[in-house]
Unconditional design. Structure first.
Length: 653
């Protein structure tokens, strides 16, 4: 009999490993089925001992070992992938089984015996070589056509050296676009993987990928970094700026971080590529931590095609200033497009996410006196988890500045201040009333629930020339050909989105809109003098990047601080206890405790806690020298599952 130690591959399981017995010896790394309570789950074998050697320990144990149900097969991933998962476990304050479950397609585990095995020749020699190789990590910030051209050259050179390349992308849509750009002449050696593939197609593609003796190009989402081809010597994280790389459920893995950890385990070249990279990544390049393919380009493509419309100057039929959703310029553009059967995209923000406050008398937009961002009117029911009072406050979502509502317009001293928000619903109603006979399609998370539904809407848009698409960032994942005309309905709404990443987000949106718009892009705003807009119009965003870094340092945001967000949901009394417990447990780290942006969901109060620490105390664990703060890690692990922990959150909502 053998005593087998395993790691359950299961989300939410608190223990790192468990012990079972087996009548036969099981190879290390095997995937087995184990009983946990009344269910069976998958697990990976990490240690095996003869029961004879542990006879004394077994006699003195106060529990009875359970038998392993079955052996499913050998591991479908490499030891480097497993080691990277162990390091990711420490970084995200999770456990190894949860990380594997989040990064390995379920079909692989369910059908292990159908997967072809990788043949490793001279494994000791391979390990020896990797130990002596210094890893190369590079950034590549350039326009899309330039990146694609360089990638084609890199792939040809890799093939000549008998090396394979993995291009990691955030979405299925990105795979389709890259296949168009990169597969000419090598299509038989290109394999693509994404989570929407059928079981039959996925297993067939995987087996062909493993058995192909020629070097290959893999284009896939982060779930397929586990593919164990030993000749992959370059990993490219393309569209590095996309927030789709960050998983939205526990353990909140950032695929970009995992790709870096995995590449360090394999000692392979890592490249971060995008038109505009994240400020964190660019700062690491500035600090000499990352090299470069070429000097980063800080220009937006075709910035000269932008038209800015001052929404304060919009007039009604009597010549009086009036608030309107669509400017006269936008209406003319839409009318022209309908007449000539040309497509129109009206980009706006998600309903309820942001808003601005405007003086109804002079049209001035209220700005934060600290950072000049539009301030938003909040009711206290959203901002306080335990007290319900009738007062309201103005708040800056960027720097946290607060002001009572007993304020006047700074321009005309009027009390007549009006909160405004322009989401997709409001835009749809306005467009429908003006153009009742035109095909109008709305795309946002409130109206679209499945990938199939979204693709159907886009097909409908393309099949009806002269139609109008109203959408949020969701549209970027489904537009595969250029639209003729585009308009941003409210840049001010974007500026008031509650995120420390808002400058990065706006630049990302602008870059995407430029890329998909054939002619002019209209930008509607009530703040045409905003410095962000000024730099965007110039097409040179380097000053904007420098200013953004300056503000991040001032307010203690990445890359100067590592953020850890802890979220708790419960009743009013439970929330009060949770706040006290957090303050007691983590008080030495100066936790910032506050109600979430949406303070109550389904009857539960949502409380966030943010800890800001130096990156050196919580480094990306690319090697054994990078040590995470043990004291903080242990305290975070004391929190019950009712608290969710998110390292490197995209926002602090």
């Amino acid at each position: 009999m053998y005593i087998v130690t395993v790691i359950p591959i299961q989300k939410g399981f608190l223990k790192e490993n468990l012990t079972y017995f087996s009548p036969t010896e099981i190879p290390l790394g095997s995937i087995v089925s184990i009983p946990i309570r009344s269910k069976t789950t998958d697990a990976i074998v990490i240690n095996i001992d003869s029961a004879r050697d542990l006879k004394f320990d077994l006699k003195n144990a106060d529990f009875q070992l359970k038998k392993i149900v079955s052996v499913k097969g050998s591991s479908p991933f490499s030891s480097a992938f497993f080691n990277a998962c162990e390091k990711m476990k420490d970084y995200t304050v999770s456990n190894t089984g949860t990380i594997i479950k989040s990064l390995l397609p379920a079909i692989f585990l369910e059908n292990i015996k159908d997967l072809k095995k990788v043949k490793v020749e001279n494994p000791n020699e391979e390990e020896k070589i990797s130990e002596n190789v210094k890893q190369e990590k590079l950034i590549f910030q350039a326009l899309t056509p330039d990146r694609m051209s360089w990638y084609r050259t890199l792939i040809r050179e890799a093939f000549a050296k008998k090396e394979s390349v993995f291009i990691c992308v955030p979405t299925r849509f990105d795979i389709e676009q890259l296949k168009i750009e990169l597969t000419k002449g090598i299509s038989q050696y290109v394999f693509s993987f994404h989570g929407d593939m059928t079981k039959k197609m996925l297993i067939s593609t995987y087996n062909s990928c493993i058995e192909e003796v020629h070097p290959i190009l893999i284009i896939g989402t982060g779930m397929f970094l586990s593919i164990p081809r030993t000749d992959i010597k370059t990993i490219i994280v393309e569209h590095e700026n996309s927030d789709a790389y960050k998983q939205f459920n526990r353990p909140f893995i950032d695929i970009r971080t995992f790709a870096e950890i995995l590449s360090s385990q394999n000692k392979v070249k890592l490249i971060f590529g995008d038109t505009l990279l994240r400020p964190d990544t660019l700062w690491r390049h500035d600090e000499g931590e990352l090299g470069e393919v070429a000097s980063p380009l800080f220009r937006l493509p075709q910035a000269e095609r932008q038209i800015v419309v001052d929404m304060k100057e919009q007039l009604d039929d009597k010549g009086s200033k009036v608030f309107t959703v669509l400017s006269l310029s936008t209406k003319k553009m839409i009318s022209y497009a309908i007449e000539h059967n040309e497509s129109v995209l009206l980009f706006t923000i998600r309903k309820g996410l942001a808003g601005v406050t405007v003086c109804h008398d002079c049209g001035h937009t209220l700005l934060c006196p600290t950072c000049r961002t539009p301030i938003v009117l909040y009711g206290s029911k959203q901002r306080n988890a335990t007290k319900i009072v009738n007062s309201r406050i103005f708040m800056c979502n960027k720097c946290g500045y607060k002001e009572t509502t007993e304020v006047r317009c700074k321009e005309c001293l009027s009390w007549n201040l009006t909160p405004l928000g322009i989401g997709t619903d409001r835009v749809y109603e306005e467009v429908k009333s003006l153009y009742p006979n035109t095909k109008i399609i709305q795309m946002d998370k409130e109206t679209i629930s499945t990938d199939k539904e979204a693709r159907g809407k886009m097909d409908e848009f393309y099949k009806n020339p002269g139609s109008i698409l109203i959408g949020t960032e969701m549209v970027f994942s489904y537009i595969n050909t250029e639209v003729i005309h585009s308009a941003i309905i409210s840049l001010d709404g974007l500026l008031s989105i509650p995120s420390f990443n808002i400058t990065q987000k706006i630049l990302h949106i602008m870059e995407k809109l430029h890329e998909i718009t054939k002619r002019n892009l209209i930008i509607q705003t009530r703040i045409p003098e905003n410095p962000i807009l000024e730099h965007i119009l110039n097409g040179n965003v380097l000053p904007l990047y420098r200013e953004d870094l300056k503000e991040r340092k001032q307010f203690g945001y990445p890359p100067f601080k590592r953020l850890i967000k802890i979220t708790f949901a419960g009743s009013a009394s439970e929330t009060e206890k949770a706040r006290s417990y957090i303050d007691q447990l983590l008080g030495g780290y100066e936790p910032q405790i506050f109600s979430a942006f949406v303070g109550k969901v389904k009857g539960q109060y949502i409380t966030n806690t943010v800890i800001k620490i130096g990156p050196a105390l919580w480094p990306i664990p690319i090697d054994d020298k990078q040590m995470i703060n043990t004291h903080l890690s242990e305290n975070l692990r004391r929190l019950s599952p009712a608290f969710s922990i998110n390292v490197d959150p995209e926002d602090l909502l």
